[in-house]
Structure formats: structure tokens, C-alpha cells
Design a protein around this ligand. Sequence first.
Ligand code: 13P
Ligand code: SF4
Length: 356
Amino acid sequence: MALAGDMQQKTGTKPAARAFKALEMPELEYTPGLAKEMAPLYEKVKHVIPSVEWPFFAPYIRAINELKKERGAVVLAHNYQTPEIFHCVSDIAGDSLQLAKEAAKVDADVIVQCGVHFMAETSKLLNPQKTVLIPDVKAGCSLADSITGKDVRLLREKFPGVPIVTYVNTSAEVKAESDICCTSSNALQIVESFGTDRVLCIPDEFLAKNIAKQTDVKILTWKGHCEVHERFTAEELRQYRKDDPNIVIIAHPECPPEVVEEADFSGSTSGMINWVKENQPKRVVMVTECSMSDNVAVENPNVEFVRPCNLCPHMKRISLKNILESLVYMREEVTVDPAVAVKARRAVERMINLGN
Ligand code: 13P
Ligand code: SF4
């Protein structure tokens, strides 16, 4: 985990492309009028947000949605954000690839990234003229912190001619040293796109090993892990099946390979969501960050979700309170060193163009 100071450095203190004034913090009272106005929205999320919590959330949700209009802002939210963010204030929600693609198309002056720092950096790379804000600059990622640009340069020296694919869960500095990026939903396609017999797929060791099982390309990797997905064990999954032989298990490819092997399906966060929508299992375990089950449950009332609760502490740094503060005070602005950005953008755009 990077220290707050490191993140501050990465984020920088350059002023926004457009000058924005701080606004007054809006009133956050839960009045009978507000309760009435927000009732249709609560109806949608009532199964995953307890009624005792709604009076606290509702004033924030209304204030954020009003301020978005005033600032000309869009909120991009990753699938791991909590339901009051995912369903009530986000304009675009999705997995890492969808967020990167959508960020490239955004028609707004301001992007508020509800996710972790590498996601906000990717949005900034694709929108250099726009103001990209992250509500908590300390929202890091154990994978992004596992490798530096210098490490990638050393790998290139050690394996000359071997293409370097880096997971989007990395800093702009690391992306800048690589040939192309990938996400969990396109890693296999990207690895095979070079037509070489060897590819470096870094820094997620487990994603690389899970991909290696599906291709003849020899994959070299790194020792980075997601601190959320590495905690799941195959034994735990076998226990779910022992308790209920009809249970369906779907796992994210950041899990260790023996965990993915025990699962009935593996895919990116959106891949998992779509699988549930299409297959409507009676009972399912989503072996991934646990807020996602709440988000998916809203749209799949006939599916019972068994929720092993592994939370990502970085994703959970984002809250309605700091999203509102972000829009009021226009902080924290994400910037990327222009020399790094040119090369990092190329790696992200290659990935997006390959998919298109
Ligand atoms: P995807 O949403 O691309 O599957 O990535 C999961 C993740 O760990 C993001 O932090
Ligand atoms: Fe990083 Fe894992 Fe958290 Fe995703 S869930 S942000 S990969 S630590």
C-alpha cells in the first residue's frame, strides 16, 4: 500500500484545466419533503440498503445529483462501489475495461472517479483536458503497489523482445513502460494478439496463471496479488458445495488458480454480473469483493446470493460524504506527468483499439 504522501505526489497539485470555485456545502437535512421526493429511488434499493440508513444517505444523494449538474460532472463507479453509490449517484458503472472505454467517450468537464487511484489515472490519461477528481486520494491497490516503472525496465532488459502486457491495475509510470494494457476481461485476447511464443503478463501472478491455462503462449509473470482475491481458498469453495450441492460458484480471475478451478465460471466483474443475469441461478456465491453481490442483487430478485464478505479497503474509502466534498471543493484532482502520460496513454489506447 502506498503511503498518503506517495499518492499526493502522484496526484500532484497542478490547478484544474478550468478554474473552479469552491461552493457552499449544501444543507443535508432529511425532511418529509425529501423523503417523499426520494421514495421512488429507495424503492429500487430497499433490499440492499436498510431503512435506518436511508435518512442518512438520501440528503447526500440529492445534493450530489444536483451538484453534478452545476459542475457539468459525471460520476464513474466501479462495480465494487457500495449500492448507494453504484445505484444512486453513478452515471456510468462497470468493470475496469468498461470504465476506461466510457472515460474515453465522456462529454463532461469533470469526471469524479468512484474507484481506486489507477482508475482515476486511466480516466485522466484518456481525458487530458478534463478535470478528473478522486474523492479519496489514498484509495490505492495492492496490485498497483506491487511493481514500479523501474521493475518493468529491468524486465525488458532481462527478456529482450518479449512483449510486455500490464494489467490496468498499475500506475501510469508502469503503463508507460509497457507495450499494451489489459484487464481481466480481455487479457487472453491481448496476450494472443502478439503472435509470439512468450509474453510477459504483469503484475498479477494469479491472473497470468489463470490465462496461461487457456493458451499455448508461455506466460511470464510477476509476484503481485490482489489482497482481496488472494484470501479465497479452494477448501472454502469445496465447503460451500458440501453445504449445498446445488450451489453455483463464480470467481474472479484475480483469485488463485486452484480457486478458479473449483468455480463453475470465471470472468471480470461485469462478466460475472452478466453471467448471473443470463443464467439466473437459484443460489450463487460470487467469489470477489463483496459489495458486488449487493449491487447485482438489486436487479436479480430471484437469485439468492451467499456473501463471503471480503471487502477491498481501498474501494471502501469512497463514500457519499467524500464524493459530495469532491464536487463542492473540486478535490482531489488527478494529474499525470505529461511525459509519462504520452507513453501510458498509448498502452491504454492500444488495448481499447484492439477490442474495437
Ligand atoms: P474488473 O472490474 O476489471 O474485473 O477488475 C476487478 C478489480 O479488481 C478492480 O479493482
Ligand atoms: Fe486492487 Fe484488489 Fe482492491 Fe481491486 S479489489 S482495487 S485489485 S486490492
